[in-house]
Design a protein around this ligand. Structure first.
Ligand code: NAP
Length: 246
């Protein structure tokens, strides 16, 4: 059998790049999407210099027509998508009593509606082939809430509702569906937070530091393995102990 194909949305970002590299290291053929071609080609060239060949396809995940075209383009380049990592995401923080409609809609569209847009074009093929792995990259703040993130927390919590429903619908067909909920990871998304706020966050984390993108990628790589076939409908918290529950 040729190597499985993995699509990582938002693969050019901080966590996405680590996931792309890790899955490629495991021998999967990996693809991601882009909105800005120049930026994506520069990213692709950097990875190529490091020995990674990653397929690219244009596609804004908030647009279901563009997302389907992106999936078909990747299928044309690499073959059917066996593994989907719904990782693309944004924040548009603000307290809810001041939140503008576009702050709400942009975050719901990018983090939540996107998972319909990208998963819908891959799920039928996975069902026919009786094998698939789908992972939602949610967030610690979808579990515990966060000041200024009613939009983001709503979207991220919604992702897990999707996970547990899709997991039930597809469990008999060799498809697992899981959520990974990172805590604060040192990527551009978090480095955009003022330094004093970041220092306070790190001090609140039992491990005393932010996470590394590679630590999220490690979990994703674990969940997509053949051996992880009985792990479905789960949420994996990776947050240095910042939020513990069971
Ligand atoms: N960093 C953290 O601490 C943290 C914690 C918990 C959860 N997360 C989640 O982890 C995921 C990755 O976060 P990150 O920190 O790696 O963020 P990041 O570095 O900002 O990367 C985000 C990626 O998503 C892509 N993207 C955004 N909107 C898109 C759209 N409409 N269509 C297609 N692609 C789009 C971006 O592409 P462009 O270059 O085109 O913008 C970029 O590749 C997100 O879902 C985030 O919510 C992050």
């Amino acid at each position: 059998m040729s190597a499985r194909v993995a699509l990582v949305t938002g693969g050019t970002g901080g966590i996405g790049t680590a996931i792309v590299r890790r899955l490629a290291d495991s021998g999967y053929r990996v693809a991601t999407n882009y909105r800005n071609e120049d930026k994506a080609r520069a990213w692709q060239a950097q990875l190529r210099a490091d020995g990674y060949e990653v397929a690219l396809a244009a596609g804004d995940v908030t647009d279901h027509v563009a997302a389907e075209a992106m999936v078909r383009e990747i299928e044309g380049q690499l073959g059917p998508v066996d593994i989907l990592i719904n990782n693309a995401g944004i924040t548009r923080d603000g307290t809810f009593h001041k939140m503008k409609p576009d702050q709400w809609q942009d975050v719901i569209n990018t983090n939540l509606n996107s998972i319909y847009n990208v998963t819908r074009p891959v799920i039928e093929g996975m069902r026919e082939r009786k094998w698939g792995r789908i992972i939602q990259i949610s967030s610690i703040n979808g579990l515990k809430g966060q000041y200024g993130q009613a939009n983001y927390a709503a979207a991220k919590a919604g992702m897990h509702g999707f996970t547990i429903s899709l997991a039930r619908e597809n469990a008999k067909l060799g498809i697992t569906v899981n959520t990974v909920s990172p805590g604060y990871v040192a990527t551009d998304m978090v480095m955009a937070v003022p330094e004093d706020v970041r220092a306070k966050i790190a001090a609140d984390i039992p491990t005393g530091r932010l996470g590394r993108p590679e630590e999220i990628a490690y979990a994703v790589n674990f969940l997509v393995a053949d051996e992880a076939a009985w792990i479905t409908g789960s949420n994996l918290d990776i947050n240095g102990g910042h939020h513990m529950g069971w």
